[in-house]
Design a protein around this ligand. Structure first.
Ligand code: SME
Length: 158
């Protein structure tokens, strides 16, 4: 990814998140923007933490069998437990990996944090090996921070 694309996508996400009335709609828009703007992102989804499980929210791509992931399982569980972004260049070489599609070759999982508290995470799969670099991480962490603010606000207004 180059910095120009990163800037454009982040600006679209900022506009979308600011214009939506609640966190649920904002998450849907973010998933749609990332899926349409980033050709290497084959599957884009958001999980929300409920108790000790990650529950699948909006996603685009093939249906995943993993709609509820315990914190102790998967790359998703690891990112939420470690509270940090995980990039896996070759999912088939990672014993933590829970398969969603046979075509998937690499994955990035970015926690959505409110302070030290995990609200959920952005999970993206690619059919290309090693599709995610430091710029994807920077972009997606900025997106996660925008979503965190929106989700906190929607919770307060419920
Ligand atoms: N691969 C993830 C599971 C979610 S699916 O990719 C949608 C994992 O290992 O946690």
């Amino acid at each position: 990814m180059n910095t120009e694309i990163q800037r454009t996508v982040l600006a679209s996400v900022e506009d979308a998140v600011a214009s939506e009335r609640d966190g649920a709609r904002a998450m849907e828009r973010v998933v749609a923007i990332l899926k349409s703007e980033m050709p290497s992102y084959s599957w884009v989804g958001i999980y929300l933490l409920e108790g000790d499980e990650l529950v699948l929210g909006p996603f685009l791509g093939k249906p995943s069998p993993h709609t509820r992931i315990p914190l102790a399982r998967g790359i998703c569980g690891a990112a939420a437990t470690e509270k940090q972004t995980i990039i896996v260049d070759d999912v088939n070489a990672d014993p933590r990996y829970l398969a969603c599609s046979l075509e998937t070759r690499s994955e990035i999982v970015v926690p959505i944090m409110s302070g030290s508290h995990v609200l959920g995470e952005i999970d993206i799969d690619s059919d290309r090996p090693a599709a995610f670099d430091a710029e994807d991480k920077t972009l997606l962490e900025a997106v996660a921070a925008l979503l965190a603010t929106k989700l906190e606000r929607s919770r307060r207004t419920l």
